[in-house]
Design a protein. Sequence first.
Length: 311
Amino acid sequence: MASLNIGAQPFVKWPGQKSQHLHILTQALPSDFAEMTDVTYIEPFVGGGAMLFHMLQTYPNIKRAIINDSNLDLMRAYNTVRDRSKELIAELKQIQKEFLPLDEEERQEYFNEMRDEFNARLVGGLRHSALFIFLNKTSNASYRTNGNGKFNGAYNHLHNPVICDERTILADSKLLQRVTIVCGDYEKTYSEACGNTFFFLDPPYRPTGKRHQHTDFNDKEQIRLKKFCDLLSFRHFQWMLTNSDGKCQDPDDTFMEQLYRNYNVERIWSKNAIVAKPEKREKLSELLVRNFSREILSLRDVNCRQLSFAF
């Protein structure tokens, strides 16, 4: 398993980021994944892209990748990073030059002005993506909207935020050259599958307890996603899916386990990183579902096949 080691990583922070999960997820891949030829890799819910950048750097046999997300602002940013990286860097450097010398009160005012400009959606794609990244780096919410669909994250009062991460943007742009970027319903990605195709699905998690989650992706949507996975299995495409474990909050909540009972379901542990204060983070179990079998070494000799790791 060779690594290109060029330093690509998520260029924005995003809820449910898989950066700390990569070790276990890599172990959970099909045992012969590195030996497959001309692999097509598909992420129907790409989010921040931690798994995407890891896979593209680790497995040179991935010749083609397709990413999708329903968030239009996010996918526009991916397009901008891929196709206009140098222009984006120049725009972000200008914003950084204007923002960093300001005192706290002035920074707050500048942030509010940029948020208003972003929500007005009157600027072109390059400027809009730069504002998206700026707000992502300086707000207390990676992406949060009000009832009118406008971003409403508040200024985070960070001392020295890195607004323009030039190295990451350039590395990401290089990798994204072989990635097809689409935006919309995840089922769109099905038409892109052919030959040796592998799907990694990280959908909006089903809510457990008080955990902050998407509200639109309800149980009906979870069932629709499972049927999509059934279709992939029928076509003999391999896939791996992560989701919440209702049992960690309610012993009687076996919805997800029952939904995927015909597949390989394992329980892993993580910490909820949605809340801001570390002392309030809940230790939560999550489910890892696959339509193939492979022993995960990190789970060996651990009771109930459970793994503890930091989120």
